[in-house]
Design a protein around this ligand. Structure first.
Ligand code: SF4
Ligand code: SF4
Length: 62
């Protein structure tokens, strides 16, 4: 199981990550990316972290 964290202060609002997630777990809300899906569906693919230009997203395996 993976925990997905997005640091709001580091998020520049580029919206790249929401498109990158194959599980559609991320959404763009009020100019910031947020985790809005079921985190238990995260595959830990790191697609979101690889497209994020600011390093705002972190994936941790539990
Ligand atoms: S690691 Fe993969 S499945 Fe998990 S939130 Fe990021 S893009 Fe989505
Ligand atoms: S890719 Fe990074 S900077 Fe861009 S919206 Fe997502 S979390 Fe924010």
């Amino acid at each position: 199981m993976f925990i997905v964290s997005i640091d709001e202060d580091q998020c520049s609002g580029c919206n790249e990550c929401t498109e990158s997630c194959p599980a559609h777990l991320l959404s763009f809300v009020e100019d910031k990316a947020q985790v809005t899906g079921d985190e238990s569906e995260c595959m830990g693919c790191e697609s979101c972290t690889s497209v994020c230009p600011t390093g705002a997203i972190s994936i941790a395996e539990m």
